[in-house]
Write a protein that binds this ligand. Sequence first.
Ligand SMILES: O=C(O)c1ccccc1NCC(=O)[C@H](O)[C@H](O)COP(=O)(O)O
Length: 261
Amino acid sequence: MSVLDGILDGVREDLATRQSAVSLAELKARVGDTPPALEVLPRFRAPGVSIIAEVKRSSPSKGALADIPDPAALAKEYAAGGAAAVSVLTEQRRFAGSLVDLESVRRAVDIPILRKDFIVTPYQVWETRAHGADLILLMVVSLDGGLLADLLGLTRELGLTALVEAHTADELARAVEAGADLIGVNARDLTTLEVDRTVFKQLAPAIPAGTVAVAESGVSGPEDVAEYRQWGADVVLVGEALVRSGDPRSSVREFMAAAGD
Ligand SMILES: O=C(O)c1ccccc1NCC(=O)[C@H](O)[C@H](O)COP(=O)(O)O
């Protein structure tokens, strides 16, 4: 069983628990009471590289990364440094995240928030909007057949923007075919956990003009952001390097400045 398959098994079990506690009808009612999602794409198309700064406590590849007792305080630092959006990992078992983190970040900042999780059902899309996120991650590798198009359609209906993530040329072709406006290339192979930033360089030319290109994972310093930018990234998503930096506000600034535009 691959790492990803193991994660997905846990995600489905936890999802079943939440579904028995909160019905879809209840979630839909909550969405009705939630302020509309922020528009994201114009922010990412603004001149210069945009940074999505991640709240990441732990990961399958590295184990514990950072003690983050107050994700809202971290998110405020990211926003003060100029981050275009905050990514919040909500998967509990391997990343030590939660929907409570997402809600506290929502209350703390007025920039867009990405729910970074393993989304495999419409219920999770409703849940994402009900907890106040503006963006949702859809990973092509875990969405077979028409499920990618179905979930992409639902995200749009709910005013969310989907970050459609690929790691291979085939997955990228599926993201393009599905009509994604925001495509991420993850340098991390989620089946082996190996990181190779040049995967972005290889795949970026196949991202259509006008589609926002996001480089995800593997940044350890400003020079990596600069390189992703040279390879065509509009947006760079950074987790570990920021939570371990000791000064997330300045680090976001440095990462943006490194792109030199
Ligand atoms: O980070 C992991 O080990 C990981 C393993 C399996 C599935 C997903 C994983 N991470 C999610 C992410 O995509 C990253 O948190 C994100 O791109 C930031 O990466 P990094 O800057 O390398 O922390």
